[in-house]
Design a protein. Structure first.
Length: 494
């Protein structure tokens, strides 16, 4: 049976996911059969698992770092906020149903069964399971119904390490305050602290380490430096909140791409590869007045609620701005929910996303979408009909879209599991597709960017960046972790 170690946090976005990824990479290269696990994840950033269902993107990253294909059992419960107090609950990769937030605690006994069945299955197959907690491990108002942190650790006999984020300030109240909220058994099974995102000399924090250890009797087993250039997919849309984004001024000598920061944005990692193109400036925009004529391309990304976000686009003034942008011959590109929003209408007869029933889209593409109860989740390959370049990615959507006029043409021809079909639509400089991760297809990305370069009088470039580079990043992350954490102690804990 596998040994278990749980990485808990003093709050959300303190670095739990990254520590689990690092630890999976470190243990894998030491020849240990290691597997990641997160009982309950809340994120609209998901990805198809090997069995065909969907799980949180962070567990996919962790699985890759461990040298594994992602499995639904690595993240048995996934919660996808849909807006308006509604959560879509995914169990073992499949849609369980949509519920109101206040009803969720009643569902937890059934979800706990699913969590434990997945864990028991994994513990028979692996040497070590590295478990990621959810949010803060000591949310006192939620602790009675917690199924992802200390209660799970107690039930399966896992030792725990708690991560705090020094960059956001207050590392002492984070760690010592958490310690004071823990019961005796939780203190007993907590074997160490990791301080994450340390800027500057770690030697300047030695007095801080001694203070934490003296106050809690729990050792600080690592102080990780702040690393902001890791090319590893982040877990959720916290990364694209206004306070976390560094906007760059558009430059006429470069390619300037804008992404609308939709309220229910999902799978925002679709555009992540563009940050690594040296002559591309990519900005998330929150207001229509931020979209200047200096931008060459506008991306409407995926969304967990295309109906509500279509209404938001109309109310916020984005619709007028998008149409003006398209009239100027600039590229407007919609991905999944963004593709749906570019059409004439979105209909939701079963109330899957909204009680609105039907809304008008922007109307730049001659398509209409109907939202169904069944979700499409699959990896796909194919060819873009605009430039004949190969594309590869995945679909996660509950809408089915059809053309209602003969203007334009399909965006691509796709295939999966022996089937083939036409996807998306193109009308002039406006295009859309259901394929998430399409920008990771290097040939397609090269062609789109070179079209913009040539139009601006810039020299075309050959593709240089490949998504496979992320596997080197897992190794780099492992190097950093081994350098700044006490691996001997961590192995003793395991």
């Amino acid at each position: 049976m596998a040994k278990a170690i749980m990485i808990l946090g003093t709050g959300s976005s303190v670095g739990k996911s990254l520590v689990v990824t690092a630890l999976c990479s470190v243990l894998k290269r030491r020849g240990i059969k290691v597997c990641p696990f997160k009982a309950q994840n809340m994120s609209n950033n998901s990805f198809p698992a090997a069995e065909g269902g969907e799980i949180g993107r962070a567990q996919v990253v962790q699985a890759e770092a461990a040298g594994l294909l992602p499995s639904v059992h690595m993240n048995p419960v996934l919660l996808k906020p849909s807006g308006g107090g509604i959560i879509q609950v995914i169990v073992h990769g499949k849609v369980f149903g949509n519920i109101r937030t206040k009803e969720y605690p009643k569902l937890k006994p059934r979800l706990k069964e699913a969590i434990l069945s997945s864990y028991k299955r994994l513990e028979k197959e692996y040497d070590v399971i590295v478990i990621e907690g959810a949010g803060s491990c000591c949310e006192m108002n939620l602790k009675a119904h917690d199924i992802a942190n200390f209660p799970l650790a107690k039930q399966i006999g896992a030792s725990c390490i708690i991560v705090g984020d020094i960059d956001r300030g207050g590392i002492f109240p984070q760690l010592i305050g958490t310690y004071h909220l823990m019961d005796e058994e939780e203190r007993r099974i907590t074997k160490g602290f990791i301080v994450n995102k340390m800027r500057g000399e770690i030697s300047l924090f030695l007095d801080g380490i001694r203070f934490i250890e003296d106050y809690t009797s729990i050792p600080v087993i690592g102080v990780l430096p702040y690393v902001d250039d890791l090319n590893i997919d982040p877990e959720d849309s916290v990364e694209v909140q206004k306070e976390n984004l560094r906007k760059k001024e558009p430059d006429q000598g470069k390619i300037n791409i804008a992404v609308i920061r939709l309220p229910s944005i999902s799978n925002f990692t679709d555009t992540g590869i563009l940050f690594y193109e040296k002559d591309v400036i990519l900005n998330y925009l929150f207001r229509p007045d931020e979209l200047s004529d200096l931008y060459d391309m506008l991306i409407i990304p995926g969304t967990k609620n295309s109906i509500e976000d279509a209404l938001w686009i109309k109310k916020s003034g984005w619709e007028k701005k998008i149409k003006e942008f398209a009239r100027k011959g600039k590229i407007v590109f919609g991905i999944c929910g963004g593709f749906q929003i570019l059409g004439k209408s979105i209909k939701d007869p079963y109330g899957v996303e909204s009680e609105k029933g039907e809304v008008k889209g922007i109307g730049l593409l001659p398509i209409r979408t109907v939202i169904f109860k069944e979700k499409t989740v699959r990896k796909v390959k194919g060819r873009c009909l605009l430039n004949r370049r190969k594309i590869e990615g995945y679909e996660i959507h509950m809408g089915r879209t059809e053309a209602i006029e003969e203007k334009g043409m399909p965006f691509s021809k796709l295939r999966s599991d022996g089937e083939s079909w036409f996807d998306g639509w193109i009308l002039g400089n406006v295009m859309g597709t259901y394929v998430h991760g399409i920008m990771d297809s290097a040939g397609f990305r090269e062609d789109i960017l070179n079209r913009i370069r040539l139009k601006k009088g810039l020299k075309p470039k050959k593709r240089r960046i490949n998504r496979m580079l992320r596997f080197r990043e897992y190794e780099r992350l492992a190097d950093i972790f081994e350098k700044y954490c006490n691996m001997r102690k961590i192995l003793e804990i395991i």
